[in-house]
Design a protein around this ligand. Sequence first.
Ligand code: KG4
Ligand code: ZN
Length: 344
Amino acid sequence: MSLILGIESSCDETAAALVTADRRILAHRVAGQESAHRPFGGVVPEIAARAHVEILPSLIEEVLAEANIPLGQVDAIAATAGPGLIGGVMVGLMTAKGLSLSANKPLVAVNHLEGHALSPMLTDPDLAFPYLLLLVSGGHCQLLFVEGVGRYRRLATTIDDAAGEAFDKSAKLLGLGFPGGPAVEKTAQEGDSRAVPLPRPLVGTAEPHFSFAGLKSAVLRARESGRYTVPDIAASFQKAVVDCLIDRTKRALMHAAGATALVVAGGVAANQAVRGALQQLAASHDLPFVAPPLWLCTDNAAMIAWAGALRFEAGLVDDLDVAARARWPLDPHAEKARGAGVKA
Ligand code: KG4
Ligand code: ZN
């Protein structure tokens, strides 16, 4: 059974993992860089890239040592080749290329979004293609019809901010610090989600696209009005995001005939309110609901090794001249969402 070393370095998490094609996670490590970025209130690309350079080699040694497996016994080396912060992506991909060349092992260039998209299958052997996936992270907010490895139909995307970005920016506006998602979720527990009237952008529109920029501005206005407590704004904001995600996913289900399950992945999938609401939506459509365990939702290398394992088994390996990509859509045929800003 093939054994894959996975490397992730596309944002502010440095990670390495050893995963087999029969779903055994032999070792996995994630090194966060929160304290390095916290003074700036967000991820600084140059600091992230330098930190990856410093941390990654020892992290790889640690997972190999923990699993007691020499590099020579690995069948392939998989690394995130994009999309993401280009400096960090290059660190991980170049490291993988060096290991691939020195150990004479095939290289698998993994799309970070494919890592998230296939991650639910790593821990749920019953999940089968095709499924409807809500991919909600710091950089992306998409609805994808997942037909197979390398086969994704994008049904919707955000026309401005991603859901995780909205959490992070709102947290900053509310003085809740960085990273924002978990901080907003915690603070929301002490608030009333009906206290602050906030918009639900694009809810009810025919195409299931997302928009969160207006919601973030409304959070700023609510804060500046001085009329609401921070927990009430956090709770109302989180409820507004959940309402948007549910309405849009419900709409996408109309275009997802044959889906075997409703699946969520990406950092925002760690949010309990999001998980709970999606679970209900799935139940109302008689569909199983699948969400990875929390550690597998946020960035990690187990999902990259797993996507690498599925690609490797399908014969999808890459040449050593494969390029790092800042942008890399999962569905190359997806049209630009009407009214969309710069996000792909
Ligand atoms: O998937 P991920 O680790 O990185 C990207 O590929 O972007 O997602 C990170 C995002 C951040 O925006 C973070 O604030 C958000 O996921 N996030 C959450 C929670 N945990 C992480 N958002 C809401 N609630 C959470 N518990
Ligand atoms: Zn991610």
